[in-house]
Design a protein around this ligand. Sequence first.
Ligand SMILES: CC(C)(COP(=O)(O)OP(=O)(O)OC[C@H]1O[C@@H](n2cnc3c(N)ncnc32)[C@H](O)[C@@H]1OP(=O)(O)O)[C@@H](O)C(=O)NCCC(=O)NCCS
Length: 162
Amino acid sequence: MSSASQRYIPIRINDGCSDDLDDVMEVMRHSFDPAYGEGWSRSQCAGILPLSGVVLAVARDQHDMVRGFSLQRTIAGESELLLLAVHHDVQRSGIGSQLLDHFVATSRARGAARLHLEVRDGNPATAMYQAYGFSPAGRRTNYYRGHDGGVYDAITMALDAD
Ligand SMILES: CC(C)(COP(=O)(O)OP(=O)(O)OC[C@H]1O[C@@H](n2cnc3c(N)ncnc32)[C@H](O)[C@@H]1OP(=O)(O)O)[C@@H](O)C(=O)NCCC(=O)NCCS
């Protein structure tokens, strides 16, 4: 497969809101493999949006189509990346990296000193987080439950924001 720099797709990232949930759920369906239970339901997303410190970031292409999104919560000097996903058709085009940049920048701007995320053990996204500087911080055993009943550990990762 070609590298992200070879397939780079220009996007713009803006804050999203509940009006974007149809588009967000479309990306959710076409990114996370249901076998692993990492994706969220629409009601989970809608429920967290009004909470303090939560930011939905939506990445649109030049045709205004939502191609990726991230969801984060920054509170009391800590920021957590809750979700990050890119539509399957445009993965490995640099969109995930730009959303990760946006997460880090937004967290810093909101005063976070330490950034956290969790990723399924074995998810290829781990390579992207490690390349960015996130380090493994712990393991949550049997954290994800897939549609077929399989259970999978989560690896927690962290990065100092400064
Ligand atoms: C993880 C995800 C968001 C990455 O988005 P993306 O737009 O494809 O990422 P990028 O194109 O910016 O990739 C940046 C780098 O990350 C690494 N990477 C990303 N996806 C990878 C994969 N499937 N396998 C191996 N390395 C990968 C590569 O080093 C890549 O650089 P390269 O393409 O030059 O080799 C996307 O694959 C996705 O939506 N996956 C399903 C949902 C998911 O698992 N989200 C993470 C939950 S914690």
